[in-house]
Design a protein around this ligand. Structure first.
Ligand SMILES: [Cu+2]
Ligand SMILES: [Zn+2]
Length: 201
């Protein structure tokens, strides 16, 4: 083996010296750099987001359906008060859920994804200990297709990863059997509405 030719080493030394100086200069400059903040910002506490206490979903029919209405959610002691009022349904029970995505952009409601399930539970009845957070059970329409629901749900939340805000309410063509995984076998989606912030009180 021959050693590396001297000219190469002689040339490389000044280059590495320059790079070294440049690196030190960069580090010193970074240390001197002010924090990317507005003056005085660091001295003030961060503004906490106001607690969410009310939400609403306005449901619109999917293609070929006439189901529409509102679902209101209000924070109460022990849970969230759910008040729904829908029209245009076939008489009888209809699966009624909160789905994962607040996306009503597809004509069949499919963009709303599956049931909202932040706790990774199985599908179940709204009264079940273990259920998807989005499992609100069924809503029953009378002979004229009008349906109302009024109850306090102990699993729904307005806080953190479990918050229902930004997700979607979906009404189905068929009853939720409260057992079949992971959908309740409730059939097609007849109405979708995104859950948004509402004025409190
Ligand atoms: Cu559903
Ligand atoms: Zn479910």
């Amino acid at each position: 083996m021959f050693p590396l030719p001297m000219p190469s080493r002689n040339k490389s030394r000044p280059v590495s010296l320059i790079l070294g100086v440049a690196l030190v200069a960069t580090l010193l400059r970074a240390a001197d750099m002010p924090m990317p903040m507005q003056p005085g910002m660091g001295a003030m506490p961060m503004m906490a987001a106001p607690a969410v206490t009310a939400a609403v979903a306005v449901l619109a029919p999917t293609q070929g359906n006439e189901v529409r209405g509102t679902v209101k959610f209000t924070k109460v002691a022990g849970g969230v008060h759910v008040v729904a009022d829908l029209t245009g349904l076939k008489p009888g029970d209809h699966g009624f859920h909160i789905h994962e995505f607040g996306d009503a952009s597809s004509t069949d409601g499919a963009a709303a994804g599956g049931h909202f399930n932040p706790a990774k539970e199985n599908h179940g009845a709204p009264t079940a200990e273990h259920r998807h957070e989005g499992d609100l059970g069924n809503i029953k329409a009378d002979a004229s297709g009008h349906a109302t629901l009024d109850y306090v749900d102990t699993k729904l939340s307005f806080d953190g990863a479990a918050s229902i805000i930004g997700h979607a309410v979906v009404v189905h063509a068929n009853p939720d059997d409260l057992a079949t995984q992971p959908t309740g076998n409730a059939g097609g989606r007849v109405a979708v509405g995104v859950i948004g912030l509402a004025k409190s009180g």
